[in-house]
Every structure is written in C-alpha cells, then in structure tokens.
Write a protein of this length. Sequence first.
Length: 257
Amino acid sequence: MLRSWRQRRRVSQLDLAIEADVSARHISFMETGRARPSREMVMKLAEELGVPLRHRNRLLVAAGFAPVYPEREVRAPELRVVREALDKILAGHEPYPALVVDAAWNLVAANSAAGMFMEGAPAELLAEPVNVMRLSLHPQAMGGRLLNLAEVRAYLLSQLRRQAEASGDGRLAELHDELASYAYPGVDLNVAHVPGPADILVPLRIADGDRVLSMFTTIATFGTPLDVTVSELAIETFWPNDEATAAVFREGLQPKP
C-alpha cells in the first residue's frame, strides 16, 4: 500500500526518505515487509504523501495498528458545529445556488436555489444518493441544458479523472467511465473553446426557456479536518457570471417554458 501511494504521487524512495528523515533503505524495507514501521512513522509517511484520511486508516490497519481518524455520519451529534457551519454557508449564499457533496460527489445538502439543477431530471437520477456529477452531465438532466456542453464536459471529466488518480477511489473511476459513455446526439464533443481576451473563467451556460443563465463555481473544504467524513465534504457555490443572470436570481428564479 505504501508503494502504491508513493508511485501514485510520483515520489521516489529517496525523495520520500529525505522528507521523512529516514534512509531510502528503510523505505524499501517497509514496502517489502522486511521492516515494520511504528504508528508514528505510518502517519508521517501518509502526511508526506498527502494520503486521504480514509486511506491513512487503512495504512495503519495494514501495519497492525488501530485506525486513529473517526468517521461519523454528518447527522451525528459530534458534528453539530459542522452542520451549523454548512447551514450558514448554504443559507448565506442565497439567492444563488450552493450545495455540499461528499468524496463521491453525492449530494449531502443544498439550499433552495440549487433546486434548479434537479428540474426536469428523471426520477432515477433523483433517488438517493443523488450524484451531482451525474446530474450535471446526464443528457436528460443538466447535460441536455448546457449550451457549452463540450467544454464543461471536458473540464468535469478531466477533474474527475485527476481526483480518481489522486485519491485511489475506485468509485470515482467508475463514475468517470459512466459519464464519459453518455451520448449526446447532434452535439460535437470535440469542440475546444479558445479563450478570448475578455475571458476569465469557463462558465456554465444553462438554457432556461428563452433566456441563458451564465454561472461559474467555487469549491471550498474544511481546513485541518481530523474526521474522515468532514475531510471529504466539499461546498460548491454558484455565482452569476453577468448582471442579467444575477437579476434573474435576485428576482426569484422561476422556470421558463
């Protein structure tokens, strides 16, 4: 497991040894099972390699130690302060959409404005757990409403692929392959956007009846988490990319026929 994470991070035994202040030979012996690391060494190596907390627990178990990072349900009493923070962020971002997702991009919470992303989606996509990536690209959901589908799809798939490689999460790899298989009749997916002088971000250009909503997103995470669940939460907020879109949300978003 240590070798796998080291190779995933493209770090040599020597480089890791220097960062961990041990010999490259000791790193080699730990990887081949000839040396047993202490719990502190496992945690130090995991920190140097940027291993997610969930997988740090697995490294500890593989080395013969108990997991040290708890994993609680979001609704657990111990996470009350986290829920309160999320509620304040979601409510404070209205009238614009905001949502919270877990490591697999499953929806954890959302504000009322985020309901626009579920409008018209088939029932199977709205069954628990609702996957935000799937909603974003499915041709019968947002994928059928994105006017710049090719560039948004390319960005989301590349992001998902990088996350799968960095996290070692097989669920993300499977989700990537599923989303990449979606067909969009009549849509050229090979169109590349060439940035112009005035471009700042690649927006989501969403068809909403006879108008176009243009939005960009930001993603935030909790700093210094020590709980597996909290470490995997991400808050995605959507912002208007022009005044016309901002006005639509300020006046109260009503679906157009």
